[in-house]
Every structure is written in structure tokens, then in C-alpha cells.
Design a protein around this ligand. Structure first.
Ligand code: KG4
Ligand code: ZN
Length: 374
């Protein structure tokens, strides 16, 4: 892992994000959310996302530098999400990063967005000493000699469980920047299923956080939904059948009258349980298989992605991992679960600096880039 100061950018979906990181330490993490712009569509509208990224990227980058307390002279390289994501949205971040790399004569490191969600777990907050100095009115910056280097050893292999609005996958990480995708959804992502369910019962967009809150008041056993993909012994997942099942249940319940508040909270609790149970069921399948095939012992399970903010998911996973005595690690703040650029900076720190300079190397967007394809 290199210790360069990195300016990182992510515009893979509907958040315009820039961050300043060094190794695993996050010095600034700025996210301009576009949720208000996409709400009325009940999902992300790519051309609107592109336009908003264009308007916001420059001020967001400037704010990240300001919050970190550094100028361009301190930045050693630029990291940018190349994929996966929405093509028009990715394009804005890539073009802007390339322009910055040329202007400031810096190397440009392309980063996979899923690798970012994985490395969000490895991220560490800015050392306290910096904050104390700032309160005392004394100068402190990532370049300050007083800055504590909070590098902690990373032990491999780990299994990453990434659960977001666009992805639900299990990734075996055998070393820095070495990924093997071992299970993934064949259709909708778990967050997408929660959002689509939320639309059926008018919870707004994105519905995941609202479902979590309402589920706390409901009974997860009030309605039962089928456990998907039980006939396969692999770690592949599917959530579209669950979505159809909950749609039928909502149609049945609303055939003659609108849903009661009690029915809404019970649906939230039961559907959320079904989605998380499907993930944990397949995680268990993977772990059973992994342990019986004589592979190096797993050190931990890392949880990332927007849905990783959900406390019920964390509890469900911890319960699943208990018999295996495997710890579950999550990002140190929920801000690192949903899309952000700090995770891109931390993931970039384990990648080699690309040869050549940005003027001759034009990274193209890779909307379908799998984390295990280099
Ligand atoms: O990682 P993310 O910001 O974007 C993608 O890369 O997809 O994830 C967004 C997803 C949305 O589906 C949102 O509903 C879900 O994460 N989400 C949650 C929670 N917070 C965000 N789902 C369940 N519980 C939450 N607390
Ligand atoms: Zn994401």
C-alpha cells in the first residue's frame, strides 16, 4: 500500500463524490447527493445524473481539498472510478480526472467501484491528533510531521459481502488488489429489491433506509416469502422472485382497501427479513464449501455497499458467522457504506501507479467492469 496523497473521484451513479486520502486514512470525503433530482422518477435517470455531475464535480473536488487542508502541490496522484456504473455518469468523472491529471501532471489510477466498496472497510479516520491541533488553532494537514500514521496490518484472505443498489456479490480477496468473485445476483440487487418494494407501498426513493426504520416496528414473521435459489449449491443469488412475491402480496392486501399502517410495517419487516435471509443462506453455503475444500483460513468477512448501513443486516450476518467464529468488519462510518470517493482513494492505494501519463492514456469508462477482471 502506497502512502501517496490521493485525490479520488467517483461519479458512478447519482452521487458526485471527491475525497483526499493517504494510504488507508481519509482526510476529506465530500459527497453531493442527487437524490432530490431523481426522486420523482423513483430511480436514477442517467442523463440527469450526467448533467448534475458536470455542474458539481469542480466545486466538490475543490471542497475536498479545502477540507483536507491541502493544495494541489501536496497531491501525488489522482484516482477515479472507471466502472462499473452508469456510462454517462462514469464519463464525467473520468474526463474531469483526466483533465486534472494533465493540468497538474499527475498519474491517474483507474479503480473498480466494487473494489472501492470493499476497501471502504479498510479505511481509517483522520488521526485524532490532527483534530486536536485544529481545535487548538494549530496547523495540521496530511503533510504535517505530527500526523499519526494509522496503518494497521491487513490479513488475507477475507470474504467481502457487497450489498448495494446496483450490486450484491461475494468477493474473495486473497491479497491487495486480488479479487475472485465467488457469488452474485443473477437479476436484481438486494438494495434495488428494497427500493422497488418501497415504491409499491409508497415509501419514496431510495426506500432502503425507510424500510429499515419501519421494519423495527413490524413482525418479520407476519408474511412469508419464498427462499430463492435453494436448488443450486453455489453462492448465486436472485431477488426478482422475492420482488414478484411481495408485489402479489401487496395486490392481494389492497384488492378492497388500502394498506393499514400495521400491514405496512409488517410487510417491511417480513420483506427485509426475506432479502437478508436469502443473502445469509448463500453466505452460509459458500462458507460450508470453502471450509471443506482445504483453502487458506478466512480472516474475516467485510461488509460494504449502501445496504451495509442496515443494522438488521449486520445482525443477521453476525448470527450466520458465529458458528464459523468469523468477525464481521464494517466501514467506520455509514458515510463509507453508500457511494463515496474515499473508498476509491483507499482502494487505489493498493494499486500500482499506472505507467505513462494521462495525456497519452485515455481511460475509457467500463460500465460492466467485474472486480475480478483486471
Ligand atoms: O452503495 P449505494 O449508495 O449505491 C450503489 O452503488 O448502488 O447503495 C444504495 C442502496 C439503495 O438501494 C438504498 O436503498 C440502499 O443502498 N440503502 C439501504 C440503507 N441505506 C441505503 N438499504 C437498507 N437499509 C439501509 N439503512
Ligand atoms: Zn456503489
Amino acid at each position: 500500500m502506497t502512502n501517496d496523497l490521493i485525490l479520488a473521484i467517483d461519479t458512478s451513479c447519482d452521487d458526485t463524490a471527491a475525497a483526499v486520502t493517504r494510504g488507508r486514512v481519509v482526510y476529506a470525503n465530500v459527497v453531493a447527493s442527487q437524490v432530490e433530482l431523481h426522486k420523482k422518477f423513483g430511480g436514477v435517470f442517467p442523463t440527469i445524473a450526467k448533467q448534475a455531475h458536470r455542474q458539481r464535480i469542480a466545486p466538490v473536488v475543490a471542497l475536498a481539498l479545502e477540507r483536507a487542508g491541502v493544495t494541489w502541490s501536496a497531491v501525488a496522484r489522482i484516482a477515479v472510478t472507471q466502472g462499473p456504473g452508469l456510462a454517462p455518469a462514469l464519463e464525467v468523472g473520468l474526463e474531469y480526472a483526466k483533465q486534472l491529471a494533465i493540468t497538474h501532471q499527475l498519474p491517474l489510477t483507474p479503480v473498480n467501484h466494487i473494489a472501492g466498496h470493499i476497501f471502504a472497510v479498510a479505511a481509517r479516520p483522520r488521526p485524532r491528533l490532527d483534530a486536536t491541533l485544529a481545535v487548538a488553532g494549530l496547523p495540521s494537514s496530511p503533510l504535517s510531521p505530527t500526523t499519526v500514521d494509522s496503518q494497521l496490518p491487513l490479513r488475507w484472505p477475507i470474504l467481502a459481502v457487497i450489498v448495494s443498489g446496483g450490486h450484491t456479490e461475494f468477493v474473495l480477496v486473497t491479497g491487495p488488489d486480488q479479487y475472485q468473485r465467488v457469488g452474485w445476483t443473477v437479476d436484481d440487487a438486494a438494495g434495488e429489491a428494497l427500493d422497488k418494494f418501497g415504491r409499491m407501498v409508497d415509501l419514496g426513493y431510495p426506500a432502503g433506509p425507510v424500510v429499515e426504520l419501519l421494519a423495527r416496528q413490524g413482525n418479520p414473521r407476519a408474511f412469508t416469502f419464498p427462499l430463492p435459489m435453494t436448488t443450486t449449491h453455489d453462492a448465486m443469488m436472485s431477488f426478482s422472485g422475492l420482488k414478484t412475491a411481495v408485489r402479489r402480496k401487496v395486490e392481494e392486501l389492497t384488492a378492497h382497501q388500502p394498506l393499514t399502517k400495521e400491514q405496512v410495517v409488517d410487510l417491511c419487516a417480513s420483506f427485509q427479513y426475506a432479502v437478508f435471509h436469502a443473502i445469509c443462506y448463500k453466505l452460509n453455503k459458500f462458507l460450508q464449501h470453502y471450509l471443506t475444500t482445504g483453502q487458506p483460513p478466512l480472516q474475516a468477512v467485510w461488509l460494504g455497499g449502501g445496504v451495509a448501513a442496515n443494522v438488521a443486516l449486520r445482525q443477521h450476518l453476525r448470527q450466520t458467522l458465529r458458528p464459523y467464529q468469523l468477525p464481521l468488519h464494517t466501514p467506520y462510518t455509514k458515510k463509507l457504506c453508500s457511494d463515496n470517493a474515499a473508498m476509491i482513494g483507499v482502494a487505489a492505494a493498493v494499486r500500482p501507479v499506472s505507467p505513462g501519463n494521462a495525456a497519452t492514456w485515455v481511460p475509457d469508462r467500463l460500465p460492466q467492469w467485474r472486480v475480478d477482471q483486471s
